[in-house]
Design a protein around this ligand. Structure first.
Ligand SMILES: [Zn+2]
Length: 247
């Protein structure tokens, strides 16, 4: 058991709640509505949810993922994002160095969870999440005695610069957008966290994951992807970052 186990227990309890919050945040940012203030409610019948309907993971399992009043199923990603919030803590505890560094690592991974779902569901990488990711990525660089905050800033600039160059190059070559500005902002935070030398690995893992997903789609008989097929590359970058952190 790690020396700071009270912190670990606290983060493990907090993880699903953060995931639950991220699910609501991502949905509301995409809808362009009021982000935080409106109380949670059932989208089908409008019934305001009570605290017992909103205990992360437990409520979804207890009620079978349905509204207590009208029985309409809640979107499945709301439970999955709560579980992802918990897994992020597990990864932060296993990879972190304890104390404040583990807290910053957990925050960084929670931002990645939010970005993963925002891009997967809505093809959007909200500035709120890429901005927080950048600050937490700098925090991780600052905690690393071999790197420091200047290395974090430099890594962010190099990673974003490389993505900007790819964005411009692709647009000049194909005449359309291949890499969104959201991806450029997202890689800044990732670069700050992992360091510039690791960024090629993140991109390589992300591209490999994208190929695997497209390949599985083709094997399922959905045919060759069209040239203008849209991929949530931000989600694959999240996968690439997690793999880079683990390997
Ligand atoms: Zn309802």
């Amino acid at each position: 058991m790690p020396a700071d186990w009270p912190l670990v227990v606290f983060l493990l309890l907090l993880g699903p709640a953060i995931g639950s919050f991220l699910g609501v945040l991502v949905d509301r940012l995409a809808a362009g509505g009021d982000v935080i203030l409106r109380p949670s409610h059932c989208a089908a019948c409008g019934t305001r949810l009570q605290w017992r309907d909103m205990v992360p993971i437990v409520s979804a399992l207890w009620l079978g993922g349905r509204c207590r009043s009208c029985g309409t199923a809640f979107p499945g990603h709301l439970l999955r994002i709560e579980v992802a919030g918990l897994l992020a803590v597990a990864l932060a505890v296993s990879q972190g160095q304890g104390g404040g560094q583990t807290v910053v690592m957990a925050g960084f991974l929670w931002c990645l969870v939010g970005l993963f779902y925002a891009d997967l569901l809505y093809f959007r990488l909200p500035d709120l999440l890429t901005g927080a990711l950048f600050l937490l990525g700098l925090g991780l660089a600052a905690f690393d005695p071999a790197r420091g905050i200047v290395d974090g800033l430099l890594s962010a600039v190099i990673a974003s610069g490389a993505f900007l160059a790819i964005r411009w190059g692709y647009r000049a070559w194909r005449g359309r957008e291949g890499l969104g500005l959201g991806d450029v902002k997202q890689i800044a935070g990732i670069g700050a966290a992992v360091g510039w030398a690791e960024v090629p690995w993140v991109a390589l893992f992300a591209a490999a994951l994208a190929l695997v997903v497209v390949g599985i789609d083709m094997l399922r008989g959905r045919g060759l992807p069209a040239g203008d097929m849209r991929l949530p590359f931000g989600s694959f970058l999240v996968g690439g970052t997690v793999l880079t952190l683990i390997v």
